[in-house]
Design a binder for this molecule. Sequence first.
Ligand code: FE2
Length: 391
Amino acid sequence: MNISLPKENLASCEHYSDAQPTVIASIAKLLKDGFENPEKVSGSCQFEFFDHQNTVWLLSVCFDKNRLELSTEKLENIDSKIRMPIPIAEKIVSNIECVDYRDPEIIGQMEMLGNLNIVNHLAKSLVKPLKTTQATFLDATTIYWDAYAMTSIPYFDSPTEMEILEKIEKKQPFIIKNASMNIPFKKYSLEKLKNAYGNVLLRVRSVKEKETVAEFVEKMTRSKSQNVSKIIEGHTKVYTEGCLLPPQMIDDFLPHYFSKHDFSAPQIWLGSVPTDVPASSLHRDPLDGFLYQIMGRKKVVLFSPDQAQYLYPMKSYNNYQPCWVKYESPNLNDFPLFKNAKPIEVVLHPGEILVQPAGWFHSVYCLDSPTFSISYFLNSATGVHLEDVEG
Ligand SMILES: [Fe+2]
């Protein structure tokens, strides 16, 4: 859309009055520092911050291909609105290096209205990486020549923990076949999922939107004829988008490797996504990841860490680093170096676990509907190392 704003509305964010909560200036600075716009999107968004007495402060944002403008004035004809209590804004700013907007305590108190693409675009600026994450990515892109030379992903039948860790140390991804699990994946179905965990709270999507496992499964069943053109990344896909695996399900869905305390909180990827829409768009993670496939097949497209130079990773990120370029529909005018990138495609079948060392880029597509996967990372804080495992 075209933005036409009166000039007086575009006051710099440095002009806040003393009465304004300082967190709003922090949010404005994060937006200014982290904003990128290589796709040349235009739009506007009004942040509304409110306290317990319902006093409201505004931060209005307008951007187009060349500029980002911030103001504390109310704008007319905005594309989108984000409302949140001041304590939630403070929580976001104080945890900016690890905030996860899917966290029910955060998204459960936020309200997002209007064009959600614009909301998503701005949310990409409101994160910052830890120094250790930056160091992990830098390390992964420099010395692992055998990993960078890989042209396919090997399979390992029932590897030992030692063999798993050896591959991870060399930054070489692989697929585990015949992993020992509690859940017999060959016989798994939506009906079994619903019967076993139907009343369990699955996810919180906003202040007004909460879903149990049974409600989500029913939504999946209803959405079979969903119009692909209406799917917006992160919002209207009938897909759990990696929300946390409910605690009641964790023991059933972890493989018999290591201890559950060695893994970060598992995430659930359940839903129906058309094959040409990414279930997870291109990104890299700073921890060693396991993706356990339970129902349906998934195509995973991997790029070795040294391919970063061709993939346009975003400047702002925290728990994972998304890329601007889309593997499934690359815009070579905006991202010309992508033509040099070398993808490795694999198809993950039920019962298989894809292990990806930190720093490998990946984009994920659902080949079947429904699809059901669990992912988890080896926890760096309590990290398992070769010397801790008996061969
Ligand atoms: Fe990932």
